[in-house]
Design a protein around this ligand. Structure first.
Ligand code: PLP
Length: 431
């Protein structure tokens, strides 16, 4: 199986974290998101342990909550003593409602509005990751008005291309995010920040991209970022105490994706950072990382009911399901690859080549092409694996299709964490 939390039981049914997915489809209806809570907790602990051990005792992961944001996941993060990053006042609002300590929250984004900034500062947010000068001036102004000092990290682009999909590739010089080291803009940004009242610049941030399967791009980013830190110390006498290396560790969606050992990867990045610090006589900063996908993706499975199978002779076969791009837009957006199975016939031979299509009035509404399944029949339960990240978070009401519920599974017990959206919910803001 693709991940160790997936198996097939004696009935030939797919199980997630020991729970029979076919029974859950029956109990809660389809389409349905399942989420293995135990898996997410394990991953949080792996990151925390590894970062403390290999980087420094103060180092820690922040959960990049854009990957999956709802009350239950923030409660879980709080329970695991995770800090989180948010990218909007909306995510911040939910994190606060879940009882998270605002001091443990880092606020990202390249276009924070005045009201975002005020909302976050009134809530007592720990850090802003400031993307640009205009925003920094707004933070400074409001900090002065409030008579306080706001901690910030400055987002830089280190000029690293991790060779992943362009839309999730953010560390290159040509990016809407951050200030480039290479062009001198980063140094100018820092000098401006240092001169502003009400601001404490504690360090720097970069995020080079997503779906990265080895340590090399992180080590390259660390080289560039540490080079910048050393330059600031040598030229301006400023020693940064925080370095945030962003998220991006990859996840296996299909058998041909590599397997990545998070602990080992962090060990290699940690050794690299210690070497740089020794060579440059720089005190090891607190290292932050922002895993999103690698914390939650393989905890998720989405279940659908097969509605029909259409074969176009000489062309291909379409298997249409009762969900699609409204609950998982990633194939439409990025051509992301997924593994599919028939959850109720998990032992049958997967010898039927098909395109799995969603129900939207949109030809691009597909879960994937050239997928193999046992030949499906109406009513079969189709499972799409590894859907914990950027699925619920990116869901929409396109075609006025209602959003799916989330069922969380822990210690063999399932519970509804997000209820199915109703038509009334959907029009609740419409006057
Ligand atoms: C600034 C930042 N940090 C962290 C992440 C999380 O990345 P991933 O989910 O690949 O770990 C992202 C993803 O877009 C990001 O933009």
């Amino acid at each position: 199986m693709l991940h160790t939390n997936l198996a097939v039981n004696e009935k030939g049914h797919l199980t997630l974290c020991g729970a029979d997915t076919v029974a859950l489809a029956k109990k809660y209806g389809t389409p349905l998101y399942l989420l293995d809570e135990t898996r997410i907790r394990e991953k949080c602990r792996t990151y925390q342990r590894a970062m403390k051990t290999y980087f420094s005792p103060e180092s820690k992961p922040l959960y990049a909550s854009k990957a999956l944001s709802f009350l239950g996941v923030y409660r879980l993060a709080k329970d695991e003593e995770m800090a989180v990053d948010v990218v909007s006042a909306g995510e911040l609002y939910i994190a606060l409602k879940a009882g998270m300590d605002p001091g443990n929250i880092y606020f990202h984004g390249n276009a924070k509005t005045v009201s975002d900034i005020r909302f976050a500062m009134d809530a007592g947010i720990g850090y802003f990751v400031a993307d640009n000068e205009a925003e920094l001036c707004r933070i400074s102004e409001y900090a002065v008005e409030r008579g306080m000092v706001q901690h910030v990290l400055l987002r830089l682009t280190p000029g690293i291309d991790p060779h992943t999909f362009d839309a999730v590739n953010t560390g290159k010089v040509d990016s809407k995010f951050g200030s480039a080291i290479e062009t001198g803009q980063a140094k100018a940004f820092f000098m401006r920040a240092r001169a502003l009242p009400g601001i404490s610049v504690d360090g720097f941030h970069c995020h080079i991209g997503s779906q990265i399967f080895d340590e090399k791009p992180f080590c390259d980013a660390a080289d560039r970022m540490m080079g910048f830190l050393v330059m600031l110390r040598d030229e301006l006498g400023y020693t940064a105490s925080v370095l945030n290396l962003g998220g991006g560790i990859g996840v296996r969606y299909v058998e041909s994706d590599p397997y990545i050992d998070i602990d080992h990867t962090l060990q290699l990045v940690g050794a690299h950072l210690h070497r740089i610090c020794e060579e440059t006589d720089f005190p090891m900063p607190q290292i932050l990382m922002e895993p999103g996908r690698s914390l939650v993706a393989d905890a998720g499975v989405t279940l659908y009911e097969v509605q029909n199978v259409k074969t176009i002779t000489g062309y291909k076969s379409y298997v249409s399901i009762d969900g699609g791009m409204t609950d998982n837009p990633r194939y439409a957006l990025y051509r992301s690859r997924y593994t599919v199975m028939l959850a109720n016939r998990a032992r049958d031979d997967a010898d039927f080549l098909c395109t799995v299509a969603g129900r939207c009035c949109e030809s691009g509404d597909l879960i994937g092409e050239d997928m193999t399944l046992p030949k499906p029949e109406e009513g079969d339960i189709l499972a799409v694996l590894v859907t914990g990240a950027y699925n619920y978070a990116m869901a929409s009401n396109y075609n006025c299709i209602t959003k799916l519920p989330i069922v969380m599974i822990a210690d063999g017990a399932d519970r509804l964490a997000v209820r199915r959206q109703t038509y009334a919910d959907m029009i609740s803001c419409q006057l």
